[in-house]
Design a protein around this ligand. Structure first.
Ligand SMILES: CC(=O)[C@@H](C)O
Length: 248
């Protein structure tokens, strides 16, 4: 009927939860107070990083995984902490077939076409055998922390062929660019749980995408001194896109 269903259960399944903001992460806010166990109360699907930006975080089926600077993939215990994470209880409204993806922009075009409400947030799962996959991770940092662009200038990159697994992606409308990565943000988990990371590029002949439109945002702000004193006004969407996409 088009009317917002504000029942508690509907909101529970229709909320993008995030801890901290992407512009804070960009400014080097790399230590959060929130444990993965706390994050798990807000969703079973998501992406982010770990304190000291010690690798790329992917949450799938309620389990947290790290893909680290060396390319190692492991499940992570719930007592680890995160400085930035986005999570939701994945509740897809529809499933579409995606095909002929020769680069990531072919995929984002097909996912965009599936979005009925461009000003909503979205979560996606895309499963298939990726004929090519380029991912990145980053090295754990020591204080005094640099900015995220300074860390990612030395990111590690890995390329794979014929990898079967699931992309976990969020879409954030540009008007919310200081909260979360504007546009699409993709992380990955292989079916054999050996490969992950932040996706920079991909090729896919045919896959299945589940589409979850989200109309509630729940932001938990760190209550650390560092966060309270951070200047979060100087980050631009262009700077975020430059480090979150394959700008090479
Ligand atoms: C939050 C992210 O995904 C960056 C660290 O790649």
């Amino acid at each position: 009927n088009g009317k917002a269903d504000t029942s508690a259960s509907k909101i529970h399944n229709n909320t993008l939860f995030q801890y901290s903001t992407i512009n804070a992460l960009m400014k080097g806010q790399f230590d959060g107070e929130m444990t993965l166990g706390e994050v798990k109360k807000h969703g079973d699907t998501g992406l982010g990083t770990f304190n000291a930006v010690n690798g790329e975080l992917t949450l799938i089926d309620g389990k947290f995984y790290r893909f680290d600077y060396e390319g190692h993939f492991e499940e992570v215990k719930l007592d680890e902490k995160t400085p930035f994470v986005a999570a939701t209880y994945f509740s897809p409204e529809k499933t579409i077939e995606v095909s002929n993806v020769t680069q990531i922009s072919d995929l984002t075009a097909q996912l965009s076409a599936s979005m009925d409400k461009k000003n909503n947030f979205y979560a996606f799962k895309v499963h298939g055998t990726f004929s090519y996959l380029k991912v990145r991770s980053e090295e754990a940092q020591e204080k005094p922390y640099p900015t995220l662009p300074e860390v990612l200038a030395h990111q590690s990159e890995f390329e794979y062929e014929n990898v079967t697994g699931t992309m976990i992606a969020f879409y954030t409308p540009n008007y919310a660019a200081m909260f979360n990565v504007p546009g699409f943000h993709f992380h990955f988990v292989s079916d054999d749980r050996t490969i992950g990371g932040h996706i920079l590029n991909a090729k896919l002949f045919k896959g299945v995408a589940q589409v979850d439109s989200i109309s509630n945002l729940d932001v938990s702000l760190p209550q650390t001194e560092e966060f309270a004193n951070a200047d979060l006004t100087t980050v631009t969407p262009e700077e975020i896109e430059a480090v979150e996409t394959d700008s090479k």
